[in-house]
Design a protein around this ligand. Structure first.
Ligand code: GLU
Length: 283
């Protein structure tokens, strides 16, 4: 039996949607609707410091205004923290995670002091300080309730999955993955119960997403996502990483570069059809 296409749009409610988000949402929505499949909406709101309920409401409203509809209820990650905890516990039981007590400043000092600090897609690679902690010292610090993140032991994780990993880029073909370039990635932060990488792979599997449509800025993250899927025995979706919209000077649209919010365009009298065209998806 052929499986129907399931896509999703998964914004983080840290601000108002801009044209770049509209492009991404329309990419997923169109792919699902053209295939007679399902389009899901997920709010990635696990970071309590950056996410705001008013932005979540604004996202739903702006998407409706833009003419998008989605199937089933909106999944809000903040309502499912127990599921992410369970997913982390499964990795922990296999010895694939370790607690990291380092502060950002301590890591930065260590990186600065080292002659060849390798960099990955998320910044300088963690030097592995807490991986090498003496087990008694580690247990004592945990018993004292010292705040800690959870990191993936990359070497052990790679040893726990068969063969080289790859993924299917729609219309392009198999792409090789190199998750090691993330080093010992953080899967739960001190201030957030689970990382983007953990939650996104968990939810794509749980929600039966078959095609992940998202910007090419997240292309490197797919290498780590394939590793997490392989470790957890989760199904492998296909990926369609789309180009990022640029402004007239060729600069990538982003909130920090003043990309126009959908709301501002709407208030300026643009119609949904005009905004869909501005977002690269004319009707
Ligand atoms: N929540 C992520 C973001 O807003 C997108 C996640 C994804 O599409 O994989 O950048």
């Amino acid at each position: 039996m052929l499986h129907a296409t399931v896509t999703r749009f998964a914004p983080s409610p840290t601000g108002l949607l801009h044209l770049g988000h509209a492009h991404s949402a329309l990419s997923g929505w169109r792919a699902a609707r053209e295939a007679g499949g399902r389009f899901l909406l997920r709010l990635e709101d696990i970071d309590p410091g950056r996410c705001r309920p008013e932005f979540a409401e604004a996202i739903l409203d702006d998407l409706h205004w833009l003419g998008l509809d989605w199937d089933g209820p909106v999944r809000r990650q903040s309502a499912h923290l127990g599921e992410y905890r369970d997913a982390l516990a499964a990795l922990e039981r296999r010895g694939l995670l370790y607690p990291c007590f380092c502060t950002r400043a301590a890591i930065a000092r260590e990186v600065a002091a080292s002659a060849h600090a390798p960099h990955g897609p998320d910044g300088p690679l963690y030097p592995g300080t807490c991986r090498r902690l003496d087990p008694d010292a580690r247990a004592a610090r945990l018993a004292r309730g010292e705040p800690h993140a959870l990191r993936l032991d990359m070497a052990r994780a790679l040893a726990a999955v068969p063969g080289p990993l790859s993924f299917d880029e729609a219309g392009v073909g198999r792409q090789a993955c190199d998750p090691a370039r993330f080093g010992d990635a953080v899967l739960a932060r001190k201030d957030a119960p689970a990382s983007y990488h953990l939650c996104v792979t968990h939810d794509d599997a749980l929600q039966g997403v078959t095609l992940v449509t998202r910007g090419e800025d997240l292309r490197p993250a797919t290498d780590l996502h394939r590793l997490l899927q392989a470790l957890q025995g989760w199904p492998e979706p296909a990926y369609a990483h789309h180009r990022l919209l640029a402004d007239s000077s060729g600069r990538r649209l982003a909130k920090r570069h003043g990309a126009p919010a959908l709301r501002a365009l709407r208030e300026a009298g643009r119609s949904p059809a005009e905004v869909r065209a501005l977002a690269g998806w004319p009707d």
